[in-house]
Design a protein around this ligand. Structure first.
Ligand code: DPP
Ligand code: ZN
Length: 854
């Protein structure tokens, strides 16, 4: 198995400018024909085409049929050693979509044919240079039975459509924009079609088509409206307009990722399209809007300008996540969406940096590209883009983006190209900043403040250090934008942005009348771990007064972390959670901030994963026990305050709307504490019974589950009963079973595998049961008898031959075995070694397992 290195990049030896691609659809014998115009770029080179799981039927070159001595066929492709400089190549292959359970290439999602070609799936459809820097104009012909497949879709514009006397339909599509093959898409099926239109800023009328399962049309409306909001937003914020006359989105039930930005024909996991109040939560609505936005924004950042090679993935993904985050912030609560993004970085991304899979946002070495669609490439990548915007300011950042897109339109570009455009547009030297692309790891930022009352000088000393990571021993000082707010006793305040460029630097502020409380890393201005000496009084003051909601939340997170640590070290809960604190929390519940959701966040304890990242060796039991005793203590101390708050809050009819989402967040926070006390069972039961929307229903289920309430099993069973017909809602039920901290979870998971909605072939189902268990049930996953690890091991073993991309995702929690105590280390290692010993491990799984073994 050969890993590729970023430095080995070579420009394509041949380019293919146009291709006629024809499909004769059949579930086990689809015929695909490609007619390609090939041009030599490198003298003397052999033509190498990627191809996997393909049956070669015929090849002709300039009309001459080639026999086997003219080419070499292997499991990975086709080599033609001697070809002219310019020629027409015609290849016919056969594939079996029905047997394609990896869900890469052309496969069947139920009765629908669909494709997923990113990153390297096109090679399962046709022999082709499957790399993003070969851009080609496609004309696609699809033939299938007209009755069974009323819709035959591909990228671009439909140019012909007819049905012959036998009922065979032939549809042709032409995409005028040259594109890499990973953006090719095909869909054939029967759907409900929801349509709308969008008038672009320059007055063009774009037809919008959303294809969903029969009977689900009403659940598609929100996604369609979100699409229109995204189109308008990109015009207003970045002056970017859509470029085809039609934009199609298809929802399918079997999909490895969230969604895919294929030019003019997005394919979505139905989980990120379908929503109504009864079956979707506020979180689902949020995700749908942001992913619809994300895939739409790719049309410029990804499609018009694509990646030269897959090492550059963050070029499009980091940038597009940043764009979808900005969109979400503008559509709803900027504070809440930022808090969610920060939580993800602090839990999953910090964990990845500390794991054997650590990599920079632009990886150096890749065996299986699918393993690098990571929280580092995506979300840390987005943080890097955000830092650029913070450094340059919004306006120069926007000019830089405009220059980048203008300069590289129609090209396959690199991260260096992006940085160069930003630099040229802003005049800012980004040499040091560019280190963020090549250096992995999480910097630790240590800050000190010193105030001299005589000279009125405030000295701030900042020190950064990045520890070695699994992939990289030495680290350099990074450029860190540190946004700071100074809070003075007279309620005045001052803002400042420092750029830390050295390992250690001192910033001296003159004429500071009195010593301020310093709010560090406002809005999480850099993805670092902060060590600061703020007192608990300072933290509570920041939580009450900082002008940035994220900073307020962050101060409380630091406060809670400290108290949790104290309890872990043996302090009694009642000495740690002081009467003063309880009084303050009471006050917040009585008079919640204008932003009710922020109040809820202030009262939410950091989660297990975030706390875990604060320790080199993760003290699983101590963290869990401190969390639960503090939660119980707060529930007791604030029992009336929670009930009162619940009564004071309105309960508006369900709409997905910012104020209402905030009300629900705070109501649900109250319920999550109240569930700790059996005396409130009646209240919780009432809430469950009266809930007329999925958000409220799930909130009660989660509150009772996490509290270990006796109510939970009966509510859960009722929920499963009620929703057994709806696979997407059953995913919530599967996750509720799998994240139950009770010992009965194993029996529950075993039973759910027999449920008629469960299928090993459906990634959503597998993730709902097994990722939920291994990533969100630390009590049971990390059991000291190893049962949790064994359960995951069995699932991975079963899944790998079916769907390697998903099985490799499942293994993630085991990779970090070095972070645990000796007993757990051994148990996790045993599981990994059993995996490593299996024959026929997929590349996906092999890469991760082998990187993690000693
Ligand atoms: N479909 C995935 C995404 O949009 C990969 N491009 O992030
Ligand atoms: Zn993306």
């Amino acid at each position: 198995r050969i890993a590729r290195s970023r430095h080995d990049y070579q420009a394509p030896a041949f380019t293919i400018k146009t291709m006629q691609l024809s499909f004769n659809l059949h579930s086990t014998a689809t015929r695909v024909t490609a007619v390609m115009q090939v041009n030599r770029e490198t003298p003397g080179a052999a033509l190498q085409l990627d191809g996997q799981h393909l049956t070669l039927i015929a090849i002709t070159l300039d009309g001459r049929k080639l026999s086997a001595e003219h080419y070499q066929l292997s499991a990975d492709g086709l080599v033609l050693p001697e070809v002219p400089d310019s020629f027409e190549l015609c290849i016919e292959t056969e594939i079996a979509p029905q047997h394609n359970t990896a869900l890469e290439g052309l496969y069947m999602a139920g009765n629908t044919y669909c494709t997923q070609c990113e990153a390297e799936g096109f090679r399962r459809i046709m022999f082709f240079p499957d790399r993003p820097d070969v851009l080609c104009q496609y004309t696609v012909t699809i033939k299938a039975d007209a009755k069974t497949y009323p819709y035959l879709l591909s990228n671009g514009n439909k140019i012909s459509d007819h049905i012959d006397e036998l009922g065979l339909r032939t549809v042709q599509w032409h995409d005028p924009f040259p594109k890499p093959c990973y953006l090719f898409a095909l869909v054939a099926g029967d759907f409900d079609l929801v349509t709308d239109n969008f008038i672009t800023q320059s007055g063009r009328d774009v037809r919008l088509e959303l294809f969903v399962d029969k009977g689900a049309a009403a659940k598609g409306d929100f996604a369609l409206q979100a699409l229109k909001r995204a189109m308008r937003w990109d015009e207003q914020r970045f002056n970017l307009e859509y470029d085809l006359d039609i934009y199609m989105v298809v929802a399918v039930d079997f999909f490895n990722m969230g969604a895919m930005e294929n030019k003019g024909l997005n394919i979505f996991n139905s989980k990120y399209v379908l929503a109504d109040a009864a079956s979707a939560t506020d979180r689902d609505y949020f995700n749908i809007e942001s992913i619809i936005g994300h895939e739409y924004f790719h049309n410029w950042t990804g499609n018009r300008v694509t990646c030269r090679d897959w090492f550059q993935l963050s070029l499009k993904e980091g940038l597009t996540v940043f764009r979808d985050q900005e969109f979400s912030a503008d559509m709803g609560s900027a504070t809440l969406s930022r808090i969610d993004a920060v939580k993800l970085i602090r839990s999953a991304q910090f964990a990845e940096d500390a794991s054997p899979m650590a990599h920079p946002i632009r990886p150096e070495q890749v065996l299986e590209m699918n393993n690098f669609y990571t929280v580092t490439v995506y979300d840390k990548g987005a943080e890097v883009i955000r830092m650029l915007q913070t450094l340059l300011g919004r306006q120069l950042f926007a000019s830089g983006l405009t220059l980048y897109l203008k300069r590289h339109d129609g090209q396959a570009a690199t991260c260096d190209d992006f940085i160069r455009a930003m630099q040229d547009a802003s005049g800012y030297d980004l040499t040091q900043f560019a280190l963020w692309y090549s250096q992995s790891g999480t910097p630790v930022l240590t800050v000190k403040q010193q105030y001299d009352a005589d000279t009125k000088q405030l000295s701030l000393t900042l020190r950064q250090e990045t520890a070695a990571t699994a992939d990289q021993a030495t680290k350099q000082a990074l450029l860190l934008p540190i946004a700071v707010e100074l809070l003075f006793a007279d309620n005045s305040r001052q803002k400042q942005l420092f750029c830390l460029t050295d390992a250690e630097q001192q910033f001296v502020l003159p004429d500071v009348a009195t010593e301020p409380v310093v709010v560090w890393l406002e809005h999480f201005s850099a993805p670092v771990k902060l060590h600061c000496q703020a007192t608990t009084e300072d933290l509570l003051q920041i939580a009450a007064q900082a002008s940035d909601g994220v900073a307020r939340w962050d101060a409380m997170q630091q406060y809670w972390s400290r108290q949790i640590t104290a309890v872990m070290q043996g302090a009694a809960v009642q000495t740690v959670i002081t009467a003063e604190l309880v009084a303050l929390l009471k006050q917040w519940l009585e008079l919640p901030a204008a932003d009710l959701a922020l109040t809820a966040e202030l009262l939410t304890l950091p989660d297990f994963d975030t706390l875990a990242e604060q320790h080199d060796e993760i003290p699983v039991d101590a963290i869990l026990s401190a969390l639960s005793s503090i939660k119980m203590f707060l529930a007791q101390q604030l029992r009336e305050a929670f009930l009162q708050c619940l009564h004071n809050l309105p309960q508006p009819a369900y709409r997905y709307q910012q104020q209402d989402v905030a009300i629900r967040r705070l109501r649900h926070l109250c319920l999550s504490y109240m569930a700790q006390l059996a005396e409130y069972d009646v209240v919780l039961q009432q809430h469950y019974q009266q809930a007329d929307n999925m958000t409220d229903t799930i909130a009660v289920l989660m509150a009772t589950q996490q509290a270990g309430s006796a109510l939970f099993p009966q509510l859960r069973d009722d929920f499963c009963q009620r929703w057994q017909h709806d696979a997407l809602v059953m995913d919530k039920a599967f996750a509720l079973v799998a994240t139950d901290p009770a010992d009965t979870v194993f029996a529950g998971i075993a039973a759910m595998q027999q449920h008629r909605q469960f299928s090993w072939k459906n990634p959503n189902r597998v993730r709902a049961l097994f990722s939920a268990f291994s990533m969100r049930n630390p009590q049971q996953f990390h059991r000291l008898d190893g049962a949790g690890y064994r359960l995951l091991l069995e699932a991975i073993t079963k899944l790998d031959p079916i769907n390697p991309q998903v099985s490799a995702r499942l293994v993630t929690p085991l990779l970090s075995w070095r972070r645990f105590d000796k007993t757990r280390q051994q148990l996790m290692l045993d599981a990994l070694q059993l995996l490593a010993a299996q024959s026929n491990l997929s590349n996906d799984l092999f890469e991760k397992v082998s990187r993690s073994l000693p």
